[in-house]
Design a protein around this ligand. Structure first.
Ligand code: 5AD
Ligand code: SF4
Length: 500
């Protein structure tokens, strides 16, 4: 049996794509490995949202050349957003790569690998460039679509949690972004397809689903004269037996309807976690970014969220150092963060992406040092708020879904053998580890030493997606437990399990 290893960088969409790619390969008779050692095939799932990520991928590919030379017959696949963006340029920059496959063509992966192995020829399968090919939109859409993904329980880190894509692509065209070109036109999947997939997952033991879409709350599916929106879909999923928690990411601010907020408030399975990227706090910059709202409208949205869903945890993305950003404009982002009291914010330094609107009409004129300083300043304000919000949990009881041993206990071989010098972890992980204060370790040590025998340090998540560390038996993974919060830090709550 031939063996493969997948390395993933980037967002949750990529994590899901890797899972689906693994399922494709396993169904075609391949075996998955947790590390590159012993693999016949290495698959890179790449990201191109910022330049830094791409450069790291090309240098990691360079290192893999030696591996390939030492192992005749071995294969290298580059998939994901960078594959779609660079297409055959990947073959020019890394001629030893065998297959380049775009995010819309994962369903063809096993066939492409087989063709590369049998013919020795490089294989390329990417979506049709939507900006070059203006005549037949359905053909472009088709080339970015994965209709019927295979879901195998063994490809997920936890069988009880799964991501489900409900839409593809993006039509918002924010001026700085590469996604509308690499992920193609916005297309919603049919409710039937989505529900069938979620039922399959529930049968496999899944209790929590995360619905994914680039602008997930723009979901809209028309069939005859019936239109299904995300609020309707949430109600349908609420009826699927076994599914106890549903969340959705990422939301676009102007598509957050009252119906959707009411669905989040009223449906037992819908969780009060809302990731609604604001990107900036100044109208002038929002305009240059081509976001379709003003900061006043965003503030109204925040008010509407808290008044409809009082226990909501809102999170956001921000870009600092976008073209022309002045100190005053940056201060308005700080004001917005203070106003909205986000549970946390993911902060990015602006990175020019060739081909998009911003790269054509604006200069990348904010010096790197200024971007860095603004990033840190914003992060400090956000951390203060995150810590304050977490402190309000002290003494409270929360229901958590237990995920398993905390990261410190579960350091995997794959992480140690990562091809990337510093792997860009999925968003949550990077924030959690990068901002942890030093007293955190001693606190978790304290909890660990007080543990009764047989217990280990476990983590779980609240409905609002807060991480809780506590002691318990490893067998609790995948169950819901009540925990009392005894200590807090900006990104972690520490609790004690409440024994019945
Ligand atoms: N530079 C920096 N950050 C970016 N993002 C998207 N494009 C860029 C870019 N060119 C950020 C946005 C988005 C997140 C996923 O990445 O904040 O919400
Ligand atoms: Fe990019 Fe804007 Fe679409 Fe988000 S909404 S994927 S930032 S174009």
């Amino acid at each position: 049996m031939k063996r493969f290893y997948i390395e993933t960088v980037g967002c949750q969409m990529n994590v899901l794509d890797s899972e689906l790619a693994a399922a494709e390969l396993i169904s075609a008779g391949w075996e998955r490995l947790d590390s590159r050692k012993g693999a016949d095939l290495v698959v890179f799932n790449t990201c191109s949202v910022r330049e830094h990520a791409e450069e790291k991928i090309y240098s990691a590919l360079g290192r893999l050349k030696t591996w390939k030379l030492e192992k005749p017959g071995s294969l290298i696949v580059v998939m994901g957003c960078m594959a779609q963006k660079d297409k055959d340029v990947v073959f020019q920059r890394a001629p030893f790569v065998d297959v380049v496959v775009g995010p819309g063509r994962i369903g063809d992966l096993a066939t492409l690998v087989a063709a590369a192995a049998s013919t020795g020829k490089q294989q390329l399968a990417v979506g049709i460039d939507r900006f070059q090919h203006k005549t037949d939109r359905s053909e472009v859409k088709e080339s970015f679509r994965l209709y019927d993904p295979i879901r195998l329980p063994q490809t997920r880190p936890h069988v009880f949690q799964a991501m489900v894509r409900i839409m593809f692509g993006c039509d918002k065209f924010c001026s700085y972004c590469v996604v509308p070109s690499v992920r193609g036109p916005e297309q919603s999947r049919s409710p039937k397809e989505i529900l069938d997939e979620i039922k399959t997952l529930a049968d496999q033991g899944c209790v929590e689903v995360t619905l994914l879409g680039q602008t997930v709350n723009s979901y809209r599916y028309r069939e005859g004269d019936k239109t299904t929106r995300l609020s309707d879909l949430l109600a349908m999923i609420d009826g699927v037996s076994g599914i106890r928690r549903v969340r959705f990411v990422s939301s676009y601010p102007t598509d957050m309807t009252d119906e959707l907020l009411q669905a989040v408030r009223d449906l037992p399975s819908a969780t009060p976690y809302l990731h609604v990227p604001a990107q900036h706090g100044a109208n002038s910059v929002l305009k240059r970014m081509r976001r379709r709202y003003t900061v006043e409208e965003y503030r109204d949205l925040v008010d509407r969220i808290y008044s409809t869903v009082p226990d909501a945890a809102i999170t956001s993305d921000f870009i600092v150092g976008f073209s022309g950003e002045t100190e005053e404009e940056f201060q308005q982002t700080i004001d917005l963060v203070r106003y909205a009291r986000f549970k946390n914010s993911f902060i990015f330094k602006y990175s020019v992406r060739p081909g998009n609107e911003a790269s054509r009409i604006y200069e990348d004129d904010v010096p790197e040092a200024v971007k860095k300083r603004r990033n840190n300043e914003l992060l400090a304000v956000q951390n203060e708020i995150s810590a304050e919000l977490n402190r309000s949990f002290l003494g409270r009881e929360v229901e958590i879904l237990v995920e398993g041993p905390s990261k410190r206990e579960a350091k995997s071989v794959a992480q140690e053998e990562s091809l990337y010098a510093e792997n860009e972890q999925p968003i949550e992980t990077s924030v959690e580890t990068s901002s942890a204060p030093s007293n955190l370790t001693s606190l978790s040590d304290l909890i660990a030493t007080a543990a009764p025998s047989g217990t280990v340090q476990l983590t779980g998540r609240t409905p609002c997606d807060r991480i809780v560390v506590f002691n318990g038996l490893p067998e609790l993974a995948g169950t819901f437990q009540r925990v009392k919060i005894v200590e807090t830090a900006p990104f972690t709550l520490f609790g004690k399990i409440i024994t019945k």
